[in-house]
Design a protein around this ligand. Structure first.
Ligand code: GLA
Length: 412
């Protein structure tokens, strides 16, 4: 036991040394006291499947399906309504939902009755990205209304604050524009806090202006690190690549958000779906499914409910994985987990099979001894890893292994 404990500590120390050497400096501002999202939020969001067509029934169906499919038991708790629920403000400034959402309080009650939580969407400008009424000048009023409805999660999407406020009020002054943006997020942060209700605050401003450096100081529990995801391998892989180096900013209560899941959408192959899901877990990313739940295929459900992969994402230590090395089209990422465990993901990003000269796994480059025993999280089988072992992965597939008791190289 003691040997394992000291090995684990040594591995942790090694990992943080490596991280400190390669990652940018940690954020200066202390993160907001985390009361919510101690692990990355999990749930479902309407946008990737329904976009502007979502209505009250779709949200109820999604809640029903999270329960019926076992996704709720696997940890998917938030049912998030994205853009296009908003109607008009009345004479007192109260924003009413549009005809697609006849009674938001009743809908929230329904979702809560299933043991789930409910999320909503707005923007700090006067209009959302979809052109619907947003919160500018009504932050306190909107936050209070969300709390009265029983909302548990707010996605706050920059959209036209940029053109309508930042560029108008401070033309040609980027520093002042940034100050205006941060102030706009902080205004809603304070309004949400004033309600006294724990509400996850999700920043959506596409990773501009190094949001990971200042987001937590104005209440962000998560912040988008990129533009929008699409259900295409090239886009998903581009997003994965953009996460390298951001690992220092994530932790309990404050997460990098590489956008919602596209698992089960578009023409993604099963290998691509597996890699997408595995890498979001390695990145300690929010797991917000965005697929058609009532018509989910069994193989997609199997990916989304893989408990071993979810356990990587939800690991209590909250340390985001990092890219350690790449060799041609193959990348190797590791994530340090609680109790000294470690996860390794090998991704074949190449467009054709890597076979005539298979990739060789270099455990020494990961700071590990030459032999390891772990679990392949997609086959469920025990695997022995050895230094320089050849690995053949099909195009866009992943080899994801958890090693609970990693062995370290013996000191020289
Ligand atoms: C932006 C966001 C998306 C979605 C749409 C809604 O594009 O990045 O995630 O919320 O707006 O209009």
């Amino acid at each position: 036991m003691r040997i394992f404990a000291s090995l684990s500590l040594a591995l942790l120390a090694l990992a943080s040394l490596n991280a400190a050497a390669q990652a940018p400096a940690a954020p200066k501002a202390p993160p907001a006291t985390p009361q919510v999202s101690l692990t990355p939020p999990m749930g479902w969001n309407s946008w990737n499947h329904f976009a502007g067509k979502v209505n009250d029934k779709d949200i109820r169906d999604a809640a029903d399906q999270l329960v019926a499919t076992g996704m709720k038991d696997a940890g998917y708790i938030y049912v998030n309504i994205d853009d296009t629920w908003e109607g008009e403000r009345d004479a007192s400034g109260v924003l009413h939902p549009n005809a697609k959402f006849p009674d938001m309080k009743a809908l929230a009650d329904y979702v809560h009755s299933k043991g789930l939580k409910i999320g909503i969407y707005s923007s700090p400008g006067s209009k959302t990205c979809g052109g619907y009424a947003a919160s500018l000048g009504h932050e306190e009023q909107d936050a209070k209304m969300y709390a009265e409805w029983g909302i548990d999660y707010l996605k706050y999407d920059l959209c036209d604050l940029r053109t309508d406020v930042m560029e108008k009020q401070a033309p040609n002054d980027k520093a002042e524009q940034m100050r205006l943006m941060i102030a706009a997020y902080d205004k809603m942060n304070k309004a949400l806090k004033a309600t006294g209700r724990p509400i996850v605050f999700s920043f959506c401003q596409y990773g501009w202006d190094a949001v990971w450096e200042w987001g937590p100081s104005v209440g962000a529990n998560l912040w988008r690190t990129t533009g929008d995801v699409t259900p295409e391998w090239d886009r998903i892989y581009a997003i994965i690549s953009q996460q390298a180096g951001l690992e220092a900013y994530a932790g309990p209560g404050h997460w990098n958000d590489p956008d919602m899941l596209e698992v089960g959408n578009g023409k993604l192959t099963l290998a691509e779906n597996r890699t997408h899901f595995s890498m979001w877990a390695m990145l300690a990313a929010p797991l917000l499914a965005g697929n058609d739940l009532p018509n989910m295929k069994p193989e997609i459900k199997a990916i989304l409910t893989n408990r071993d992969v979810i356990a990587i994402d939800q690991d209590r230590l909250g340390k985001q994985g990092r890219r350690v090395y790449s060799d041609g089209e193959v990348e190797v990422w590791t994530r340090v987990l609680a109790h000294g465990a470690v996860a390794i993901a090998v991704v074949d990003a190449g467009d054709s099979r890597y076979s005539t000269h298979p990739f060789h796994l270099r455990l020494s480059k990961l700071g590990l001894a030459a032999t390891q025993t772990g679990k392949d999280l997609w086959t469920g089988k025990t695997v022995e890893l050895t230094e320089n072992m050849p690995l053949e992965l099909t195009s866009h597939d992943v080899f994801l292994v958890r090693i609970d008791k990693p062995k370290l190289p013996s000191p020289e």
